[in-house]
Design a binder for this molecule. Structure first.
Ligand SMILES: [Zn+2]
Length: 471
């Protein structure tokens, strides 16, 4: 399928103007706070995407915003990016991520640790790290990359730290500002917590949650019928949203004759009759969010990640019609970036040096056979033999793991990244299954290295003529 055909398919739902207006008001507030320009509103077809405000997230998160921006090239589309700042702080990616490193894990961590208590809070209720810790982490990142190419990111980290009040804010602002460098300038970024404060979608919430048991019955039936992997059924009395305790705790809510909630941190209990009374303290669970937003905005297309969120997408997909909601199409961009970061280059160099051969001429079997001969006179060759396997195993990890965007940003010019992503999207293969997959990898000149590493890794496991590798 081509883009032109795809764009015809998605252009069907006419956006719900009043709610779109309200979301855009929240976006304007965020853009002003983050110091980025507010795009012009032009259109009546909502393309929605979003993510939680992770700390220097994977490039895949940026690619959601990038793809939404890409679609805006077609007239009439309003691309919205929601920042799920009101999610529970349990996900580690909210405050730390990985960069490649030459060790047995293939990575080292950058970022921060949260107190156990903070992990039970809502993320927008978690304070930003101390100035001292933030500077310390910036210095660590500076040391890892120690190149002029990352200066601008360090600058941006400084700015975002100053602008953001909470940890979620700092991450969200940094994310949106980096997006801007990547030419993402037509997307409206907004924080979900702002929607709650402004009462956006209150009517949709009220309608969708007026019969909690019925909601859960429908939900559970889908999980069972579709045999959703890792899909859990809900207790019938569980409300499809969380309540924010005074202490910042993210609190599950139940409904019998009234709504009740008991905070997991401070054990305070809350009761309320109507969600209207406490709307600014509520946040939706994932499937409920999909339903409320699609109903509220009349979304045409939702850009999903290719991972876990698709599970909720599968459940939601079956629920829309039960609530009389026009089902939005779902698309995701499945894409790897093949680039060589400083660590990639280092390990290529190390492998070449150990094997005494230009990287693409390495022949594992031949070299190990040579070492067997040599180790008759010198035991050190046994070490070479064994390390030649260890090093390639590390390389296999380093070349296959997903890392923070900072690694890509330190390895390629930001304009080049935007350009390559764009041309890759233009040429993408779009396939229709339950969701639309947009498949296109991006080669920054590293793909042949990645392929060669995989080939070496496979050979290294079997080419053991002296039987020294214990495989
Ligand atoms: Zn509490």
């Amino acid at each position: 399928m081509k883009w032109s055909d795809f764009l015809k398919v998605i252009k069907r739902n006419k956006a719900n103007g009043d709610n779109v207006e309200s979301v855009i008001r929240c976006a304007e507030k965020f853009h002003r706070h983050a110091g980025i320009e507010i795009p012009e509103i032009d259109g009546d077809v909502v393309v929605e995407t979003g993510h939680q405000p992770n700390f220097l997230p994977y490039s895949g998160t940026f690619k959601k915003a990038f793809m939404a921006n890409f679609l805006k090239c077609t007239d009439g589309i309003i691309p919205l990016f929601g920042i799920y700042d009101y999610n529970p702080a349990t996900a580690r990616l909210l405050y730390q991520n990985r960069v490649p490193d030459i060790n047995k894990n293939g990575f080292k961590k950058i970022g921060f640790k949260l107190d156990k208590k903070d992990a039970l809070r809502r993320f927008d209720q978690v304070e930003k790290p101390s100035r001292e810790r933030w500077v310390q982490e910036i210095e660590k990142i500076n040391e890892i990359y120690s190149s002029a190419s990352t200066d601008w990111i360090i600058d941006e980290m400084e700015k975002s730290y100053k602008l953001g009040k909470s940890f979620a804010d700092v991450n969200a602002i940094l994310f949106a500002r980096i997006c801007n460098y990547l030419d993402v300038n037509k997307v409206f970024f907004f924080k979900y917590s702002d929607l709650q404060k402004k009462g956006v979608f209150l009517n949709e919430w009220m309608e969708m949650s007026k019969d909690v048991r019925n909601f859960n019955r429908i939900y559970n039936a889908v999980v069972i019928e579709k045999n959703i992997p890792n899909g859990r059924t809900n207790e019938l009395t569980m409300a499809p949203f969380w309540y924010l305790c005074e202490c910042g705790g993210n609190t599950p809510v139940y409904y019998n004759t009234i709504f009740t909630a008991k905070c997991p941190i401070c054990k305070t209990t809350y009761e309320f009759n109507s969600i209207e009374e406490v709307f600014d303290r509520l946040s939706p669970r994932a499937v409920f969010r999909n339903l409320v937003f699609s109903k509220g905005l009349n979304t045409s297309l939702f850009i999903s990640g290719s991972g876990g969120s698709l599970i909720y997408g599968q459940i939601s997909n079956e629920m829309y019609s039960k609530f009389g909601i026009e089902r939005p199409l779902v698309a995701y961009w499945e894409s790897s970036d093949y680039y060589l970061s400083p660590v990639h280059r280092k390990i290529i160099y190390d492998i070449s040096r150990l094997y005494g051969e230009e990287f693409f001429r390495i022949n594992i079997k031949r070299k190990r056979t040579e070492w067997i001969e040599q180790l008759k006179s010198d035991k050190k060759f046994k070490g070479y033999y064994q390390y030649s396997h260890t090093l390639i195993q590390i390389a296999e990890k380093v070349f296959s793991l997903n890392y923070s965007i900072i690694d890509l940003l330190a390895s390629a010019n930001v304009d080049e990244i935007a350009e390559k992503w764009r041309t890759s999207l233009e040429k993408a293969v779009i396939c229709k299954n339950e969701f639309y997959s947009v498949v296109s990898d991006v080669d920054f000149g590293g793909k042949n290295y990645y392929n060669w590493i995989i080939k070496l890794a496979n050979e290294s496991k079997v080419e053991d003529p002296a039987n020294l590798l214990g495989g």
